[in-house]
Design a protein. Structure first.
Length: 325
């Protein structure tokens, strides 16, 4: 059998049946062109956008474009597109059937393409029988993506803002408590500035202050101040230092709270458009020349194989009998 097929003269067979091969190939091409026409296959137009991620915060070790791709491929965006363009009706799918969502998801995967490019951008492509609808679908996907990222960012920054706001409130309550303690110590023990009062008390107690008449020192008042400082001076000093540190920290906490609030309220676009979508005037499907070429090639090869069998029918039969014996 192998020897038989190796000795076949394909060129001579093709030349002998050249007219038949040409006619069969042309008929196949004409038929393919006819059956791939709008009468049988509805043409579809594609619209495409190329975008880069912008103003997004990393959630893991993935790159921004990889995170962008994950968000684009989320179920939320798919469902939003299905609802917005009523794709069940558009693709003539019964939404009440058991496999309705499975079928619509297959259509979505077929006519919506989202992929990462070699340059860390993301390509969003939609295909439809109406070029305007295809363009609107791409713009809608970008809008849904922006809304989803905004929601995620708001949740994240909302939590950060609440934590910082609570921290700020705790610090304010701490300052109020310390201020109340300082007021009580000042009112009850006449302690206002322990450092200065201690210095003046020592001068009065030791009578070392500068003045013309040292005998005019109010000794009972000095002794009373000395007693108050000895009793509550250290406590007043510690509370006052804690109060100063708390007030200083309060300013930093307020700045952080304002930053978190600004992040929470910001309304940014989370992508930069490199290539904007537009309604295409050239159909993307079907590519008729590929269909015609494939049909003609397959027909030509099949015809040659059939002619080989016909031309060598007797030899083939003899070879089969020989192999069986």
């Amino acid at each position: 059998m192998t020897r038989y097929f190796n000795n076949l003269n394909l060129i001579s067979i093709a030349y002998k049946w050249r007219k038949h091969l040409v006619i069969a190939t042309l008929i196949a091409g004409i038929a393919a062109a006819f059956f791939s026409s709008p009468l049988f296959i509805q043409p579809r137009f594609s619209s495409m956008a190329v975008v880069y991620p912008s103003n997004i915060q990393p959630y893991s070790q993935e790159s921004n474009s990889e995170q962008m791709l994950q968000l684009f491929q989320s179920r939320d965006i798919q469902d939003s597109l299905i609802r917005t363009f009523n794709l069940y009706q558009h693709y003539k799918i019964n939404p009440k059937s058991a496999k309705a969502y499975y079928v619509i998801s297959r259509y979505y995967d077929r006519f919506v393409s989202i992929r990462k490019t070699a340059y860390e951008s993301v390509e969003v492509k939609a295909m439809d029988t109406d070029s305007t609808i295809a363009c609107k679908m791409v713009n809608a996907i970008l809008s849904f993506y922006n809304r989803k990222v905004s929601t995620l960012q708001r949740e994240k920054y909302g939590e950060i803002y609440r934590l910082r706001h609570e921290t700020l409130l705790r610090k304010e309550r701490e300052i109020d408590s310390l201020s109340t303690l300082l007021k009580e110590l000042s009112a009850k023990y006449e302690l206002v500035n322990v450092d200065q009062q201690t210095e003046q008390m020592v001068k009065g107690y030791l009578r070392t202050f500068d003045g013309a008449n040292r005998t005019s020192v109010n000794t009972p008042a000095v002794l009373n101040l000395k007693k108050q400082i000895e009793t509550k001076g250290a406590l007043h000093y510690l509370i006052n230092e804690q109060f100063r540190r708390a007030v200083s920290t309060l300013g930093d906490l307020k700045v952080k709270e304002d930053d978190a609030l600004a992040d929470y309220k910001r309304d940014y676009t989370f992508y930069n458009v490199v290539t904007a979508p537009y309604p295409s005037q050239k159909k993307a499907y079907p590519i008729r020349w590929i269909i015609v070429l494939a049909a003609m090639t397959i027909t030509l090869i099949t015809s040659i194989m059939v002619l080989i069998v016909i031309e060598n029918k007797e030899t083939l039969s003899a070879a089969i009998i020989t192999d069986r014996n």
